[in-house]
Design a protein around this ligand. Structure first.
Ligand code: ATP
Length: 933
């Protein structure tokens, strides 16, 4: 539809100030207030660019002449426009007249639509119906009376006349119109040419205007330029002055720059110093923080607090898809704190030993857990357990995934790492067990695969010793490296009871416990330790109404909740330091008694969900963990292995006693050696004395020998003389007598056999032939030769000149063991000192034997026998024995002198018998060996 607001004949306006022509295309005169009309203006290109509201001042409607009975004439809108620099060059079209403002507006719209041709439309509408008028007059008569109606009728007549005149006028008008049309056509043509001329004029005037404007502008510009030139000149002067100033300043600045360089280097140095100082401070702060943490941990350790680490899992995909929001704020809270938010506002803040948000990875979590591995190898029991609502990530934290291992693997790995570092000082043995508490029954998860019968067997907890619990029959796998250990743990974990619930697809339906037993031996001080590491993945607490568990799952859930509430009771009792701790209320708490009942270090991982739908469970868990954090177990104790220690202690005691005994023996031996030395000295002295005595005796003996030889010689001479006398007598009395020279002297044996007689004849004077012979051989070798040359069984012979008989002195008292000269056997002359020594030894040993606290006869016998046997082994010793018997017995006599008479006699006799018997035996042996004395 065509736009009603547009003129068919647009007005052309010229804006002198902008040197632009403006076209009035439309205007709105529908408003009843015709005093103020707005006119839209467009530029000559017809595009919307210039819009300017022009005010129409006192618009006037010029109504055209009414014809005949038609009341609707044509109207023209006349107006003047007020605008700066505006030249109006047009007029509006005619507008049909209306009775009311609204109708007028409509007619103007119509007029705008139909333009000048609107008159034809009015004409075609025709005049009103005359029948309507007659009925109108009839009714007027009735109402107003005939006078009035008469007047009206006159008027009617006039009206009719006028109508006729009007018709005539119309005809004239029609003619005039035609004429007018013709003229208007001509006019139009003239007008068009006028318009053209006008527009040409206009263009030219516009051009002139614009030129004038331009000239005016140029003039203005010129004056502006001139003024600005003078301004610039002034400025130039000022600038010149400034330049001088600036050059001066530049020089100054140059000087300053040098200073600045110096300053800059100083500044840079100080900045570097500051930076390093800052870094140092930073390091110090971090070290301080570390130390503070260590000290804090130590304080906790001393107090024996259960350490609590809180970990929050991220929202899972399902929760994100359903648009669930996180209710835990980690950002605003400080280190180790978390804030619960409810409806966007912070509600409560909890503080733990460490808090790990959803962004924390497994390595971050283990960083704070690693010191516990060291504690295990130091001999402390350690328990690490994960607690929390189902599906919050307990298994994820403890077990982890294949690509992202959890606490279990990392702790074991750390154990083996430290072991390898300490291998020069410590020796370790590691055994691993895996068990689960499922529906209040303990199951061995390592046995379930290999030995199903064992797995089905019910395992019970027993008390091994005070404070030490154990599960008899539980398989303990010996492992020597991380891969072996992990294989064993995985075997156990795979056998664990797992089921699907509404809250978790792979929900743990049992409490899984990994037990790592570590036996350690300190190679430096021999200290033995036997510690345990418990790694516990608890089953998750769950709201049965929420998880909608049924059947087996329901039973499992009930058992899980029961054992967790028993754990809660134990924690409460521990926190309140109650005298009675209900460890035995569930298998789980009974198993953890070792770890929670003191002597060990405990760490709890509290797992929470960030989902605001789980907020009530999360708050329950956080409250529980806060209680756990308050539990003080007391300082952990080192688990020393006493069995080995006691064994070694006993060994040490024994060795000590042996050493003592040996010391005593050594002392005794030293004393004995000392005594022996002093005795040896004595003996040496005695020997010396004896040797001197022997020398004396030898000298005496020589004298005696000489005397004896003389005596024998005398005797022989006497005998020979007697024999010779006898022979002479016999010769005298008998005619035949053998000559003296024919008689042999007789053998040596004859001589020897005559010796006793000789001795008795010569007042007991001894003249042993053997001695004689030997002495003769020694002292008079020439005599010996003569003796040998003596003819056998010759009568008598004298080898020495007959001498006066010398009375032989009586035999002196025997005071040595030197064989008497009358002994027929040749006794080799042995050197005295060794003989004396040996004899002394026999004496000493006998003395020792007698002096020793031996009372019984049998014992004494054996001692004496041994002593004698020991000392009578060689021919030389045999000799000793022969002489030593009496000495030994004498010693025995001396040593047992303090005993009773009877005892003396018995022991003495006994000793003598033993000595004699041993001597005999030895003699026999010597004979057998061919040693004949
Ligand atoms: N920190 C985390 N980062 C990424 N995923 C996690 C995290 N914690 C838990 N999950 C995921 O959440 C899910 C449930 O975890 P998990 O099975 O460990 O929970 P749970 O507490 O052991 O449950 P239940 O008590 O039922 O056994 C798993 O798919 C796991 O991968």
């Amino acid at each position: 539809m065509e736009d009603h607001s547009q003129w068919h004949d647009p007005l052309l306006l010229t804006d002198v100030s902008r040197q632009q022509q403006t076209l009035i295309l439309s205007h709105d005169i529908s408003s009843t207030n015709s005093d103020s009309q707005s006119i839209e203006m467009r530029n000559s290109e017809g595009t919307s660019g210039l819009h300017q509201s022009l005010e129409i001042v006192s618009p006037q409607l010029f109504t055209g002449p009414s014809t005949g009975d038609t009341s609707n004439g044509r109207s023209m809108l006349g107006f003047s426009l007020i605008a700066p620099d505006l030249v109006v060059c047009g007029s509006s079209p005619d507008i049909p007249k209306q009775s009311s403002a609204a109708e007028r507006a409509a007619s103007i719209v119509l007029s705008l639509e139909e333009g000048i041709n609107g008159l034809e439309a009015d004409a075609s509408r025709g005049s009103p119906d005359s029948s309507n008028f007659s009925s109108f007059w009839h009714s007027a008569d009735d109402i107003y009376g005939s006078e009035v109606t008469g007047g009206f009728k006159n008027l009617q007549g006039d009206h009719d006349d006028q109508k006729k005149q009007l018709l005539e006028a119309r005809i004239v008008i029609e003619e005039l119109k035609k004429e007018n049309e013709f003229k208007s056509n001509e006019c139009q043509k003239a007008l068009n040419s006028l318009h053209e001329l006008q527009s040409e004029l206009m263009r030219k005037s516009m051009h002139v205007g614009s030129l004038a404007f331009a000239v005016e502008g140029q003039v203005k510009e010129k004056s502006k330029w001139l003024s600005s030139l003078s301004g610039l000149k002034r400025q130039l002067k000022i600038l010149k002055l400034d330049q001088i100033k600036l050059s001066e300043e530049a020089l100054k600045y140059k000087d300053c720059l040098g200073d600045m360089d110096g300053l800059r280097s100083i500044m840079q140095a100080s900045l570097a110093e500051q930076v390093s100082y800052h870094d140092e401070l930073k390091m110090k702060v971090s070290e301080g923080e570390k130390k503070r943490k260590e000290l804090y941990n130590k304080v906790l350790e001393l107090k024996g607090n259960i350490r609590v680490f809180c970990r929050c899992r991220p929202l899972n995909l399902e929760e994100i898809a359903t648009g669930d929001k996180a209710a835990i704020d980690f950002e605003s809270a400080r280190d180790g704190e978390l804030t619960i938010r409810s409806n966007g506002f912070p509600r409560k803040t909890f503080k733990f030993d460490a808090v790990f948000g959803p962004q924390a990875d497994q390595a971050d979590v283990f960083e704070d857990t690693a010191p516990f591995a060291t504690s295990v190898l130091d001999g402390y029991n350690v328990c690490i357990f994960a607690y929390g609502q189902t599906g919050t990530g307990k298994t994820f934290t403890m077990e982890g995934t294949k690509d992202d291992r959890g606490v279990n693997y990392r702790t074991l790995s750390e154990l083996f790492h430290i072991m390898s570092e300490r291998q020069k000082i410590f020796r370790y043995e590691i055994c691993v067990s895996v068990l689960e508490v499922y529906n209040e029954q303990i199951r061995d998860l390592l046995a379930s695969g290999t030995q199903p019968t064992v797995a089905s067997k019910r395992l019970e907890i027993r008390q091994a010793s005070e404070g030490v619990l154990h599960v008899p029959g539980l398989i303990e796998a010996h492992v020597s490296n991380i891969s072996e250990a992990w294989d064993v743990l995985q075997t156990g974990s795979n056998a664990r009871a797992v089921g699907s619930t509404n809250a978790n697809e792979h929900s743990s339906r049992s409490h899984c416990i990994h037990c790592v037993m570590v036996k350690g031996e300190n190679l430096l001080n021999g200290e033995f330790t036997r510690s345990k590491l418990w790694l516990v993945d608890l089953a998750g607490s769950e709201r049965i109404a929420k998880t909608e568990a049924q059947g087996e799952r329901l039973k499992e859930a009930q058992n899980i909740n029961r054992s967790l509430s028993a754990l809660g009771d134990v924690i409460s009792a521990l926190a309140n330091k109650s005298a009675y701790i209900p460890f035995r209320n569930s298998k789980l708490t009974h198993l953890l008694q070792d770890s929670l009942g003191g002597d060990s270090k405990a760490l709890m991982f509290l797992q929470i969900s960030p989902n605001e739908n789980d907020l009530s469970e999360t708050i329950c868990s956080l409250n529980f963990a806060s209680r756990v954090k308050g539990v003080e177990l007391g300082p952990a104790k080192k688990q020393l292995d006493n069995t080995e220690f006691m064994r070694y202690k006993q060994l040490v005691e024994k060795t000590k006693q042996e050493a003592k005994l040996k010391d005593l023996q050594i002392k005794k031996m030293e004393e004995t050696v000392h005594n022996l030395e002093s005795k040896v000295k004595d003996k040496d002295q005695k020997n010396k004395n004896l040797q001197e005595k022997v020398k004396e005796l030898e000298a005496q003996l020589l004298v005696e020998r000489k005397l004896a030889r003389q005596h024998v010689d005398t005797k022989i001479a006497e005998q020979q003389q007697q024999q010779m006398r006898q022979q002479l007598e016999d010769q005298n009395s008998a005619p035949t007598r053998h000559p003296l020279a024919a008689k042999t002297l007789g053998t040596l044996n004859d001589l020897t056999s005559d010796l006793p007689r000789i001795i008795s004849d010569h007042n007991n004077q001894i003249c042993p032939s053997s001695f004689l012979l030997s002495s003769e051989k020694e002292n008079y070798p020439e005599t010996a030769e003569l003796l040998v040359q003596l003819p056998k069984r010759t009568g008598r012979a004298s080898l020495c000149p007959t001498t006066q008989r010398i009375p032989i002195a009586s035999n002196p008292r025997r005071n040595s063991l030197i064989p008497l000269p009358m002994t027929v056997h040749h006794v080799p002359m042995l050197p005295f000192p060794p003989l004396e020594d040996e004899r002394d030894e026999v004496e000493n040993s006998l003395e020792a034997a007698i002096c020793s606290p031996i009372s019984s006869k049998k014992k004494l016998n054996s001692v004496v026998r041994r002593s004698v046997q020991k000392k009578t082994k060689s021919p030389f010793q045999q000799q000793l024995k022969k002489g030593g018997v009496n000495v030994g017995v004498d010693k025995v006599r001396v040593s047992i002198g303090s005993r009773g008479r009877m005892g003396q006699r018995v022991l003495l006799g006994n000793a003598r018998r033993v000595v004699t018997r041993e001597a005999k035996k030895q003699t026999q042996k010597d004979k057998e060996r061919g040693w004949n004395f």
